[in-house]
Design a protein around this ligand. Structure first.
Ligand code: AVJ
Length: 321
């Protein structure tokens, strides 16, 4: 009863490079300038994010884990296959697979991530831990390749960590609709989302005293320097985190500390920054339970159960197709 691991790659060789070039071109020539958050996560960025999850100010990971621990059995009831979108290091996945194993239903695990290296090592680690598990790791961009996910089994599709908050409302609606369209009767969707709360706590979670989030934020400039032969000086940009209570989202920005001219060699692009100019690098939307219900319903899901940690900080919603 040994496990099997298959890696399916939907990202052709230059996919990530092309996507980065497009995003950087679009973002740096826009006014105001912006960069999408997906480029934070090279090896250094993933390590910085993992440090963020252990910061005293950053509550979401701990709160979500508490809910997973308390309700794992209910969250995966009836499912034999776990599909995990944006699986990363699959740190919380063990809890769900354990619950499926204990219920005697566990058959398959399909982690989905853009980073092939992280994906494969997480896949092998979990295959080693659960004998007989059929692991189909899919290297794909969950915003673009949902239709290509394996359809076998009775699936629970998990999208954890509050990553849905990185999508703007329109992109979120599109994503939820597309996901709904790939699910079949009996499949479920498990969504982790951060909740609206005291602004001071929200801002502190994205502007920690130790400065780890600031380094994480500046890391996107290091990625662009390395990958696209740019000459950003990350130290010349200040970390900014603010709460936009009109949109209910945290915004992270990088503020130029002086006038600068930056060249992006691989794109033949030169961009000017004025002292004090701010460039958006991430939104992290915070939700109200009713709003989340409405968004899921509008996408064609039926919300079955909703779990929240005792402090009311974070929510896991279980919906069915
Ligand atoms: C991984 C997207 C859920 O938005 O809270 C943490 C990323 N950014 N600190 C979040 C993040 C700054 C995180 N997500």
């Amino acid at each position: 009863s040994h496990s099997t691991v298959h890696v399916i790659n939907h990202l052709h060789r230059d996919y990530l490079r092309q996507a980065l070039e497009e995003d950087v071109t679009n973002g740096l020539t826009a006014s105001p300038k912006w960069l999408p958050p997906k480029w934070f996560y090279d090896a250094t960025g993933s390590e910085l994010f993992s440090r963020i999850t252990r910061l005293p100010e950053y509550y979401p990971t701990r709160r979500e884990l508490a809910i997973l621990r308390a309700h794992a059995a209910d969250l995966v009831a009836g499912a034999d296959t776990l599909v995990e979108l944006g699986s990363g290091t699959s740190e919380k996945t063990g809890l769900l697979l354990e619950a499926m194993s204990a219920a005697g239903t566990l058959r398959g695990y399909t982690p989905v991530d853009v980073d092939a290296v992280t994906l494969e090592s997480a896949a092998r680690r979990l295959a080693g831990r659960f004998p007989g598990l059929a692991v189909r790791a899919v290297c794909a961009d969950f915003e673009r390749h949902l239709a290509l996910l394996p359809r076998g089994g009775r699936r629970v599709v998990a999208f954890l960590g509050g990553t849905i908050g990185n999508l703007e409302p329109v992109a979120r609606a599109v994503f939820l609709k597309e996901l709904r369209a790939t699910l079949r009767h009996g499949d479920t969707f498990l969504l982790g989302a951060d909740l609206v709360k005291d602004t001071g706590r929200l801002v502190a979670a994205y502007d920690d005293a130790a400065g780890v989030t600031a380094e994480f934020n500046r890391n996107v400039l290091r990625v662009i320097d390395r990958e696209l032969d740019a000459d950003f000086e990350p130290e010349a940009f200040e970390h900014v985190a603010l709460y936009d209570d009109r949109h209910d989202w945290i915004e992270m920005r990088l503020r130029a500390s002086r006038d600068m001219r930056v060249s992006v060699g691989a794109l033949g692009l030169t961009v000017e920054f004025a002292a004090g100019e701010e460039m958006r690098t991430e939104i992290s939307a915070k939700f109200r339970p009713e709003g989340l219900n409405q968004e899921l319903t509008a996408a064609g899901f039926r919300v079955r159960r909703r779990f929240t940690d005792p402090d009311g900080d974070f929510t896991l919603v279980l919906a069915e197709a």
